[in-house]
Design a protein around this ligand. Structure first.
Ligand code: GDP
Ligand code: MG
Length: 300
């Protein structure tokens, strides 16, 4: 395929945890490239989702929500989010209109002001609030003076997303495409597979536990019979967490494993044999190698 006038640009998607960044990126790309959950901080590293509109390639940089860092892992995520912002030709600041303007959103706006950056404001979750609330928020946020345009969308329902996409497509710089036309993400299959299992963990387990877990794909074997054998390790920090993940008679991990396998089969379009192991590794949050695997900077 030859593209007449190729255009290509990077769009940084910023916003507080839970604003709907990953939901929006997945919708724009048209397939799931970033994991979503009702818990905050599901997205740990920077994920690129790639969409094509005629001769325009749009590369969305989904970032971990920017928030006030406390632990080392948090600091690395914040650093990844800001470097995502610097890589973008355009920045979108997503605001959850149901949650309103919270500390995280304020902190992002302050930092953008300090660095002289501009963005488009995207008010998300408009399916959740009355019109007056929306207009009030748009008014208040416009007064910050850093937004060029305001969009009102529901990333979940798809409302307003097409208009936003059209707008972005018509504002991308001219230049060759950065990725092959059929590529939708910059993630490797191994990392993607680990992320999918991590998402199922987040959905199955309650409270704080998931934050103490990380998932790694250890082996990947495409077999001659058309199936793929995948072995993954779920790392936890304590023995007690291990038994929670395993569940009574291994019921919990079985459930997580079968949910993950079903989704992997759908994405990879082949049969998958998934084997999950749970291991205790104290302080994995302080292990440099884990950071590299996640695409995060240990020293941040
Ligand atoms: P992120 O942390 O900013 O990446 O947010 P996610 O994309 O993970 O979404 C956080 C939660 O908000 C999930 O439960 C989504 O289903 C939900 N969500 C995202 N967009 C919308 C929306 O437009 N409307 C509603 N009602 N929920 C949404
Ligand atoms: Mg996310």
């Amino acid at each position: 395929m030859t593209i007449e006038n190729p255009k290509c640009g990077f769009i940084a998607v910023l916003g507080a945890p839970n604003a709907g960044k990953s939901t929006l990126v997945n919708r724009m790309v048209g397939t799931k490239v970033s994991i979503v959950s009702p818990k905050v901080q599901t997205t740990r590293s920077r994920v690129m989702g790639i969409a094509v509109r005629e001769d325009v390639q749009l590369v969305f940089i989904d970032t971990p929500g920017i928030f006030e860092p406390r632990r080392r892992l948090d600091r690395a995520m914040v650093a990844a989010a800001w470097s995502g912002a610097s890589d973008g030709d355009v920045s979108l600041l997503l605001v959850d209109v149901e949650a309103g303007i919270r500390r995280d959103t304020k902190a992002i706006i302050e930092r953008m002001k300090k660095e002289g950056r501009r963005a488009h404001l995207v008010l998300n979750k408009i399916d959740q609030v009355p019109k007056e609330t929306l207009l009030g928020l748009a008014q208040t946020l416009s007064e910050e003076g850093i937004f060029d345009h305001v969009f009102m969308i529901s990333a979940l329902k798809g409302k307003g997303v097409e208009d936003l996409m059209d707008f972005l497509a018509s504002h991308m710089p001219e230049g060759p495409w950065h990725f092959p036309e059929d590529q939708v993400s910059d993630m490797t299959e191994r990392l993607m597979a680990a992320e999918i299992t991590r998402e199922k963990l987040y959905m199955q387990l309650r409270q704080e536990l998931p934050y103490a877990t990380t998932v790694e794909t250890e082996t990947w074997e495409d077999r001659d019979d058309g199936s793929t054998k995948i072995e993954q390790v779920i790392f936890v920090e304590r023995e007690s967490q291990k038994s929670i993940i395993l569940g009574k008679n291994g019921q919990q991990i079985k459930k997580i494993g079968s949910q993950s396998r079903l989704e992997l089969e759908e994405i990879l379009d082949r049969r998958v044999h998934l084997f999950l192991f749970v291991k205790v590794r104290e302080n994995w949050g302080d292990d440099p190698e884990r950071y590299r695997d996640l695409g995060l900077d240990f020293g941040a």
